[in-house]
Design a protein around this ligand. Structure first.
Ligand SMILES: NC(=O)C1=CN([C@@H]2O[C@H](COP(=O)(O)OP(=O)(O)OC[C@H]3O[C@@H](n4cnc5c(N)ncnc54)[C@H](OP(=O)(O)O)[C@@H]3O)[C@@H](O)[C@H]2O)C=CC1
Ligand SMILES: O=C1OC[C@@H](O)[C@H](O)[C@H]1O
Length: 410
């Protein structure tokens, strides 16, 4: 197949719908999902992936505005909707629902994940898992206590190209890592000025939200935690001096490895006319060569893994190659489940369902992963001289979930 044809097919599958709808499994009953928030991310993040999963049904959505809830349910052909001030809790009280997708701003993730777990639902919570490493720890501890599955939606990690990039590093082909550079930028106007990512009360700050990815890729590729934050500087958003719209930071990792992050979705137009193309790249510089993964955050849209290995004989020249891994079959020497047209969100859903059904997923992210990611984000804010994002004030006792029951019946 021509590559432009498979690209078109993949993008259609990701943003419009899969080539064919799944037939519900006759042996394994579907997991019925409820979505908290009529959020933009919900269609690509869960609703479209669910169409090709034989064990998933999207049952309901809840939105604060009843008209919005109804319109969303109609648009995506969902059976049930809940609207109004108590809509989120009503969805959690729906006994038909077994799993909840928390598609809310980061500052609300703790409260609604805890309430969902208290209602005995498995939880797929969007990134960042919360705005506090301490509260994320509580979320995972509570899920474990309840015997429920919880996963932070760090979708890129489930994609074959990213697994392949890590395989290249781990193979030793590049030698010891010396530094890793990440750059995530987009043109001014990509995010509206009142975007959730720029709103302090609900966990705003571009580093708090989009910083999740570069922090994670540095930790993932080095297989280690930063030992210190060497530098961090930010540009404040005009809305609020505490909210960063851009962040530049360098982190020290064990073995004298330095990781850097440049994050900015407010790149001015060239000559006031031409928007810059979004960049989402990571470059690993190592003893024997280099590897750049282009567009690593959304690798299903497009990616390339550009590898350059020093010539062993002379040490002068370099052997270069480019890999593109849209197929799930060619990584880690084994066949991963998947299709060439799957987005990372579809792989993520596959893993989540496998976990709920008691099967071993191809890829999984642990509690430690989500907690450590936030610990790094917190340290970068501290180094930059910014306060931590406000923790959720939702009162929850990690010992007992009675506090939730008491709150609801009060
Ligand atoms: N994994 C990924 O690739 C992506 C992840 N995300 C993550 O998903 C989450 C949602 O992002 P996105 O869909 O872009 O955001 P949206 O602004 O589209 O949606 C946020 C939802 O939160 C609800 N909400 C509840 N309280 C508030 C409040 N005080 N202010 C604003 N919204 C509120 C709204 O629900 P209601 O309908 O009830 O009004 C709204 O639908 C974030 O955590 C983000 O980081 C986003 C994009 C991609
Ligand atoms: O998580 C995300 O990943 C992709 C981006 O386009 C989006 O804005 C962000 O929230």
């Amino acid at each position: 197949m021509f590559s432009w044809l498979s690209t078109a097919r993949r993008l259609y599958s990701v943003f419009v719908g899969p080539p064919s709808l799944a037939t519900p499994s006759s042996t394994s009953p579907p997991i019925k999902f409820g979505i908290l928030g009529a959020a933009k991310v919900a269609s690509t993040g869960l609703i479209i992936p669910a169409l090709s999963h034989p064990e998933v049904e999207i049952h309901a959505v809840a939105a604060r505005d009843p008209i919005r809830a109804e319109a969303f349910a109609k648009k995506y052909k969902l059976r049930t909707f809940y609207g109004g001030g108590d809509a989120y809790q009503k969805l959690l009280d729906d006994p038909e629902i077994q799993a909840v997708y928390v598609a809310l701003p980061g500052g609300l993730h703790y409260e609604w994940t805890m309430k969902a777990l208290a209602a005995n639902k498995h939880v797929l919570v969007e990134k960042p898992s919360s705005v506090s490493s301490e509260q994320t720890r509580e979320m995972f501890e509570f899920a474990q206590k309840k015997g429920l599955v919880i996963l932070e939606g760090l979708q890129y990690r489930f994609y074959p190209a990213i697994i392949r990039a890590k395989e290249i590093i781990d193979s030793g082909e590049l030698g010891a890592i010396k530094s890793i550079e990440t750059i995530i930028t987009g043109p001014q106007g990509s995010l509206k000025t009142d975007d959730i990512r720029y709103t302090w009360e609900i966990g705003g700050g571009i580093f708090q939200d989009m910083g999740t990815y570069p922090v994670n890729v540095l930790r993932y590729f080095t297989s280690s935690e930063p030992t210190s934050v060497l530098s961090a500087s930010y540009t404040a958003h005009p809305n609020d001096p505490k909210v960063d719209q851009a962040m530049t930071t360098t982190l020290a990792f064990p073995g004298d490895v330095v990781g850097s992050i440049e994050l900015n979705f407010e790149i001015p137009y060239k000559f006031g006319l031409i928007p810059s193309l979004p960049k989402m790249d990571v470059t690993v510089k190592a003893e024997n060569g280099e590897m750049t993964v282009k567009f690593f955050v959304l690798p299903f849209v497009y990616h390339s893994i550009n590898v350059s290995v020093k010539d062993g004989q002379s040490g002068k020249g370099a052997k270069k190659r480019t890999e593109k891994v849209y197929s799930p079959t060619s990584v880690k020497g084994r066949t991963l489940k998947g299709e060439e047209w799957w987005a990372s969100y579809r792989y993520q859903l596959e893993a989540f369902v496998d976990k709920v059904k008691g099967r071993e997923p191809d890829t999984w992210l642990t509690a430690e992963e989500s907690i450590a990611n936030l610990q790094t984000i917190e340290k970068v804010y501290e180094k930059a001289g910014l306060p931590p994002r406000p923790k959720s004030t939702f009162a929850f006792s990690p010992i007992t979930d009675d506090s939730i029951e008491a709150k609801r019946t009060a």
